[in-house]
Write a protein that binds this ligand. Structure first.
Ligand code: EPU
Length: 310
């Protein structure tokens, strides 16, 4: 969420820090590149890692009262942060308070910071099917809800029974699935609210069947997607053709701009091949978009979230 910011980062730090517990981390000028899978981008003016829901609420109340912009950061796996970094406060969900996974019946109660990999492994351990596709997505529950992340024909909201959100004033609401709109790679509600936890529902199954499915998905992923740093798929799939296939047919795989390169394994990935900058990645995105429009008349839309200042 970005509004006009009228106080400096030093002032934000000085005014916010005393409101928070010592267990909540607060830092100025925190480098963010390594907190994203693409490994590019500038710093956060102020970076916070709340140690509880109450602390998160205090931060959001502060932002709302002082008109400080904020942004929620998950595992940074679908994020392209511009080189100038992010004004205001970046809120991370790395604190263990947000990464709990508890299983009751066929339901998984997950904190927003829980890694998707851990969710899928816990599901397998507890004979639950439906979570296998999460295995290779390098994100966390909060980010996956925000983007309605998907793979292997399934997506996050297929699993959701309810989501616990915090609004921009720091108030918590538990919403059933039926009250939340979710589309292909989008959940509009979570643009202005933060998912703090979710209840996900699977089906009881034999552990070996779940394990087998996870293995197949993993092989499929590693056979078709690059291992180099990337932000996952850069573009949403147009209705008429998968973006990766389109980029492939345009002959753009392997195209470079500075340290950024269109993956030669999968056309919908841009990899950070040699200390790329955000500007180089964005320029390469534009090159691909222009070609798709010129040659095939297709307007590619980015799936990756591009944030921050140039
Ligand atoms: N293809 C090519 N050349 C390429 C890449 C793909 O011809 O360079 C072809 C494939 O052979 C296949 C089709 O395009 O026939 C689709 O490719 P793929 O199966 O890899 O799926 P995708 O649509 O490109 C989607 C998700 C991925 C997810 C995979 C696996 C989107 C934008 N992408 O990719 O999600 O991992 O399915 O299920 O929906 C992400 O969201 O970041 C992401 C990586």
């Amino acid at each position: 969420m970005f509004d006009a910011m009228i106080i400096s980062k030093e002032q934000i730090f000085a005014d916010l820090k005393p409101l928070l517990a010592s267990t909540t981390l607060v830092r100025v000028n925190e480098s963010l590149a390594k907190k994203t899978t693409l490994r590019v981008g500038g710093p956060a003016d102020v970076f916070v890692e709340p140690a509880s829901e109450a602390e998160l609420s205090a931060i959001l109340q502060f932002c709302s009262e002082r008109m400080v912009p904020w942004m929620a950061l998950g595992r940074g796996s679908n994020l392209l942060i511009r080189d100038g970094g992010i004004r205001g406060i970046v809120i991370s969900f790395f604190h263990p308070a947000f990464s709990k996974i508890e299983i009751r019946d066929a339901r998984m109660h997950c904190g927003a910071g829980a890694k998707l990999k851990n969710v899928s492994v816990e599901a397998r351990r507890n004979n639950l099917s439906g979570f296998e596709f999460l295995e290779g997505i390098p994100g966390c529950v909060g980010g996956a809800l925000r983007m309605n992340a998907g793979a292997m024909g399934a997506s996050m909201f297929d699993l959701v029974e309810s989501v616990r959100i915090m609004d921009a004033h720091g108030n918590v609401h538990d919403l059933p699935r039926g009250e939340i709109q979710a589309n292909y790679r989008a959940c509009p509600l979570l643009k202005e609210n933060i998912a703090v936890a979710a209840v996900l529902r699977g089906q009881v199954a034999a552990a070996e069947d779940v394990a087998q499915k996870m293995k197949e998905f993993s092989h499929k992923r590693w056979d078709s997607q690059p291992a180099q740093p990337s932000a996952g798929c850069i573009f949403k799939n147009p209705l008429t053709i998968p973006a990766g296939k389109l980029v492939d047919e345009l002959g753009l795989k392997g195209t470079r701009f500075g340290g950024a390169m269109v993956s030669d394994i999968h056309g919908n990935f841009i990899v950070n091949d040699a200390n790329a900058t955000a500007r180089e990645v964005i320029e390469l995105i534009q090159i691909v978009k222009r070609r798709a429009k010129e040659v095939r008349g297709i307007e590619l839309e980015t799936e990756v979230q591009i944030v921050g200042e140039d």
